[in-house]
Design a protein around this ligand. Structure first.
Ligand code: ISE
Length: 336
């Protein structure tokens, strides 16, 4: 019996995950889709055999055909959907951000901790990307010595119309926050955000784009992030670890280099569904496999909460300037 998944939210990521579960991965099927836009839910459901359409997440979760939930609605809608899934004790894959702020993430963490076992994998898909996995494996061997600094670049072609200056941190840099914690095994203790003059090309008026974010870890490492969400030319995600005895870098995108007519070069991916397509496939496959074994693996609600707390400090640093310390709640034993 394949795992019956309810996909909550059929926007860009939700629709991509529906396609992925329907066509790319094994052992799971889309049993229900939910969207506040009824027509959209029905249009997506119509493309999948035996899939029902709903406008209410709790109603979809009540269906006998639903064994697990993939939450891909907008960040502010996650908390309610997570709590509805907990009420039915359903396993969840929740797209990032877990929730948009630390207080709501903490409520979710307390609710899951009260269940006494993990139910949620958070969708930090970079942890499933082959290049990141190799970088982490190399750092973990210790061959390069202790990592001292991470330099990261995160560029999007263009931001969507609803994007705000604080979303550069809470929606985009959230990935580098998780990558930093995961690669180094440190928590992030303080955030500083520097703001160069905004780009006048492409970025909507008033959007603070680009930004330069400095994360200080409790292990004494520095992680810097250039976030530039209206760079215009491509989707680039790069990371370099500077260690005591060497460096390691990913994201140069050199899989195919052509030489022709006196020039050499390659192509640049245009968005995350393209750059991280395989990572998303592997992430959702790993979630479905673990769920069918009755396990929960991958990034946890603690990771989602920690990212939310760091991003909240980052947004304050962006707004008020200077260095803002991160306040983290105690880590519950469930996430030890
Ligand atoms: C988006 O929500 C993502 O998660 C993408 O990976 C990121 O590159 C983009 O900046 C975010 O807005």
């Amino acid at each position: 019996e394949p795992l019956g998944v309810a996909v909550i939210g059929t926007g860009r990521m939700g629709a991509d995950h529906v396609r992925r579960i329907d066509r790319a991965i094994s052992g799971a099927r889309v049993a229900a889709v939910v969207d506040i836009d009824e027509e959209r839910a029905e249009a997506v459901a119509a493309g999948v055999d035996g899939c029902t359409a709903h406008t209410d997440a709790a109603e979809a979760m009540a269906s006998d055909a639903v064994d697990a939930v993939l939450i891909a609605s907008s960040g502010p809608a996650h908390e309610e959907a997570l709590l509805a899934a907990f009420a039915r004790d359903l396993p969840v894959l929740c797209e990032k951000p877990l929730t948009p702020d630390a207080a709501s993430a903490l409520r979710v963490m307390e609710a899951e901790a009260a269940l006494g076992r993990r139910r949620v994998q958070v969708g930090f898909m970079r942890r499933y990307d082959a290049e990141y996995v190799r970088l982490k494996a190399l750092l973990d061997t210790g061959q390069l010595g202790r990592p001292l600094m991470l330099h990261q670049r995160h560029r999007n072609v263009a931001s969507p119309p609803f994007f705000t200056s604080s979303m550069l941190i809470s929606d985009s840099v959230a990935h580098e926050v998780d990558v930093t914690r995961w690669l180094l095994g440190h928590e992030i203790g303080a955030v500083t955000v520097l703001r160069p003059a905004p780009s006048s090309s492409g970025a909507p008026d008033g959007l603070r784009d680009p930004q330069f974010v400095v994360l200080e870890t409790d292990g004494g490492a520095l992680s810097d992030v250039e976030i530039f969400v209206n760079c215009g030319f491509g989707y680039q995600v790069q990371a370099e670890a500077v260690c005591e005895r060497g460096t390691a870098r990913i994201g140069d995108g050199h899989e195919l280099v052509t030489s022709m007519a006196g020039r050499w070069g390659g192509t640049i991916t245009q968005d995350w569904t393209e750059r991280f397509a395989q990572a998303y496939d592997d992430e959702v496959q790993a979630w479905a496999d673990a769920t069918r074994r009755g396990e929960v693996t991958g990034p946890s609600v603690w990771d989602g909460y920690a990212a939310a707390a760091v991003c909240e400090a980052g947004v304050r640093a962006l707004e008020q300037g200077g260095r803002v310390e991160v306040e983290l709640a105690e880590r519950p034993p469930l996430y030890a």
